[in-house]
Design a protein around this ligand. Structure first.
Ligand code: NAI
Ligand code: MG
Length: 394
């Protein structure tokens, strides 16, 4: 019997392209695992009215480790229109299966490393005073609280009377009190202390383990006093357990400016769900964008690893496939690190680094080409060729 069982969830679109490529790399590196396929995504919304079927939840409950590709989400009207006619009128509502999965298993810690590979033509460069260019080494790891904040889904348009009454107890609600219900939308930003402690502790532990000198809280406590304020306060409390690591605080808006001015100054960053989403995409753009952006969703029992990109439906049917599998392969590396197989993870990352540096095999995004069938004619590698190059280096 294999040492590990990995629940593989390719999902939709290019998820079906990149996930098998990551598995090929895991196999090559001798990872002792077997893979169990699990259904997720748009097809299962259409045919079953549930994009995250119960059998997939059961597999994750049983095996605890998931590798996920990407899913397609569409607006409510399109979701209703595409649902199997036999299921229509039964009150079924589409919910993003990845958000549902994070909430179901309380995958509250999201880790998004944004680390530049030397020689990547997509790396951020900066003009120097003398007119030349310099390429700062970016090495930021974002810890995003993954289950609360504005993404908790507590929201209303035309809030019910009890909700209005509750809001009316706050003096600042006065100016909204006369707004007609249908013209009033409210999304609640909810933080709990317990979740703040977990995400902050995870960030500081990671910083200590990997030799980062600081943890930066990236929120907006000067304006969003209660929720951002709570995260910042907790970070300063948790910091006391880690005397060697400094705690810094930046506002999300200023941080988005600084990340293109001095990205090399940031190491571990901790943020709530919304700002963590924003700042991690910002940093990802400095190190290669979606083709390189990997992530881990870690709960107490279950952990799921995924590229942060979506299903890119326009490239789904291209044969040969053109999308960059590196984000998914790096996500698989995060899985290896999570279960203590760091040596294998390092070997894969080294091989990726070498292929990127050599620059002989590059997918269209790494060549700054427009995606599409013509990309191959213009010299871009296919997804498979890029993985092959990594395998050959391994
Ligand atoms: P997307 O991430 O799927 O694609 C945006 C663009 O980024 C693509 O058109 C492509 O040019 C590029 N891209 C993405 N992945 C790439 C890769 N591996 N290699 C090279 N280029 C890549 O985002 P989009 O177009 O906004 O959404 C498409 C669908 O994906 C939607 O239905 C959306 O809801 C869903 N989505 C799912 C996510 C998930 O499964 N976690 C995350 C984001 C979007
Ligand atoms: Mg995002």
């Amino acid at each position: 019997m294999a040492k590990h069982t990995i629940v593989t969830m390719p999902g939709d679109g290019i998820g079906k392209v990149v996930l098998p490529e990551a598995v090929r790399v895991l196999e090559k590196v001798g990872f002792d695992a077997e893979y169990v396929h699990a259904d997720i995504g748009w097809d299962f919304w259409i045919s079953e009215g549930n994009p995250l079927p119960g059998r997939t939840i059961e597999l994750l409950e049983k095996y605890k480790l998931g590798l996920f590709g990407a899913i397609t989400s569409k607006p409510k009207d399109e979701a209703d229109a595409e649902l199997d006619p036999k299921l229509k009128g039964k009150g079924l509502v589409y919910y993003s299966p990845i958000v549902t999965m994070r909430q179901h298993f309380d995958l509250d810690i999201c880790v998004r490393p944004c680390i530049s590979f030397p020689g990547n033509p997509l790396n951020f460069i900066r003009r120097t005073v003398s007119g030349g260019f310099e390429e700062p080494k970016v090495n930021a790891v974002i810890f995003r609280q993954n289950t609360e904040c504005l993404y908790a889904g507590v929201e209303w348009t035309d809030p019910p009377p009890q909700v209005r009454a509750a809001f009316a107890t706050h003096p600042k609600f006065k100016i909204f009190a006369e707004v007609p219900g249908k013209e009033l939308a409210i999304s609640a930003r909810i933080f709990t202390r317990q979740a703040c402690v977990r995400i902050c502790r995870a960030a500081f532990e990671y910083a200590a383990k990997h030799g980062y000198k600081s943890v930066t809280v990236c929120e907006k406590p000067n304006v969003v006093r209660e929720t951002s304020g709570m995260l910042e306060k907790v970070a300063r409390e948790v910091k006391k357990e880690f005397p060697e690591i400094a705690v810094w605080s930046t506002n999300i808006d200023a941080q988005m400016m600084w990340l293109t001015k001095n990205p090399e100054d940031y190491g571990v960053i901790v943020a709530g769900n919304m700002f963590g989403d924003i700042v991690s995409d910002g940093f990802a753009g400095l190190v290669g964008g979606l083709g390189f952006a990997c992530s881990a969703n870690i709960g107490r029992q279950v952990a799921v690893f995924e590229p942060t990109h979506g299903s890119a439906p326009k490239y789904e049917k291209l044969d040969p496939p053109i999308v960059n599998p590196i984000a998914t392969i790096l996500s698989a590396c995060m899985m290896l690190d999570h279960i203590g197989e760091s040596q294998k993870s390092r070997a894969i990352q080294k091989a990726i680094g070498q292929v990127v540096m050599e620059g002989k095999v590059r997918t269209y995004d790494m060549m700054r080409l427009t995606g599409g069938p013509k990309a191959i004619e213009k010299g871009a590698a296919t997804s498979i060729q890029l993985t092959d190059a990594i395998l050959a280096t391994l």
